[in-house]
Design a protein around this ligand. Sequence first.
Ligand code: G6P
Length: 369
Amino acid sequence: EQIEKGGYDHFMLKEIHEQPSAIRDTYRGRMLVKEGIIRMAGVDDNIEKFINANRIIIVACGTSWHAGLVAEYIFEDIARIPVEVEYASEFRYRNPVITNKDVVIAISQSGETADTLAAIKLAKANGAFVFGVCNVVGSSIARETHAGAYTHAGPEIGVASTKAFTTQITVLTLIALKLAKVKGEISNSNYRYHLQELELIPEKVQKALESDEHIKTVANIYKNARNCLYLGRGYNFPVALEGALKLKEISYIHAEGYPAAEMKHGPIALIDENMPIVVIATKKGHYEKVVSNIEEIKARQGKIIGIVTEGDTNVKRLADHVIEVPETLESLSPLLTTIPLQLLSYHIAVMLDKNVDQPRNLAKSVTVE
Ligand code: G6P
C-alpha cells in the first residue's frame, strides 16, 4: 500500500497532487487548441440530440452532484441550454416530467451509485437520451447510458473525491464549449480563448498546489473549530458546497456551504469571533459583491479565510488569511479555487488524527439505497 501511495502519506493527498495530470489526461486528444476543435465521440455522434434538447437534466450524488452544479452555470452561460441539476435519489422518486426532448447527463465517479443508476433507468424508460460521465471504465452506469465520455482521472481510492471532481468539470466544460460552438452561441475568439485557458489549467493547478505549506498554517489555526461556513457566488457557489462537504467528510467538523448573498437570510446569525468563514473571492465574477459580504462578516468579528486571485490587495486588507490561486476565466475558476479547499480539509483531518482515506460511516461507492 505504501508503494501505491507513491510516497504520499495518504491516497487523498496523492490524488490531490495528481490533478494537473488528471485534468490534462482528460482533455488530451479531445481538445485541439491550435485547430480550435473539440472532438468527443459520444457527443459528436449524438450532436442533434444535444442541440435540439429542450433542456439538460443532470443527475448525480455527492461530489458528482456538485460538479453538475458547476456544469449548470457553464451550460447556461455559454451554450444557452436550460439545465436542471437533480439529486438522483430525489429525482427517481418524484415522478419527474421527462420527455424524449430531454437530455439526461448522469455523473458518477464509480459508475455504480445505486440512485444514479435508477435515475438513468427511469429517464430511459421515459424516452430521454442519457449520457454518462463516469471515471470507471465498463461500470454499470457507463454500460447503461446511451453514450458518454469518460473522465481520465485514473483510480480514485480516497473516499473523499478530489481528482474525480475536477476531471468531471473538465469533461462537462468541453461538452459545453462544443455545444456553444455548434449552436453559434459563442464568438470564435471567446471560444478560442476558452480552449487556450483550459489548456493552461494543469499548470495553474500546480501553482495552486504550491500554497500547501501556507494552507497547513491556516489549518493549524482553525483545526479545533466546531463549525465552519463556506461562501461563494456564481460559478464558485458549488465550490463552496464542495469545500464544506470535504471538511465534514474527513474532519467531522460541521460545515455548511452557502451562496454568499444568502448569508444574510440565516447563517449571519451564527457569525461571531469563533466562526471561521471561507470566502471564495476571486477577481472575475461578482468580486465587489463578495467583498461587501466580507465586510459584513468582519463587522461581526468572523474569522475570514479568503480564496483570492494572485496579487489581490482588497480582500487581503479585510481577511484574516488569504490563499491565492492563479487568474483564469470565471467559468474555469472552480478548477483552481477547489484546490486550496481540498488541502485545507486534508490538513485539518490529519492534524485531528482522523482516518483521511476511509472516514467513518462513509463508502467510496454507495451501491445500495
Ligand atoms: C459517495 C462517495 C462520494 C461520491 C458519491 C457519489 O458518497 O463517498 O465521494 O461523491 O458517493 O459517487 P459517484 O461514484 O456516483 O460519483
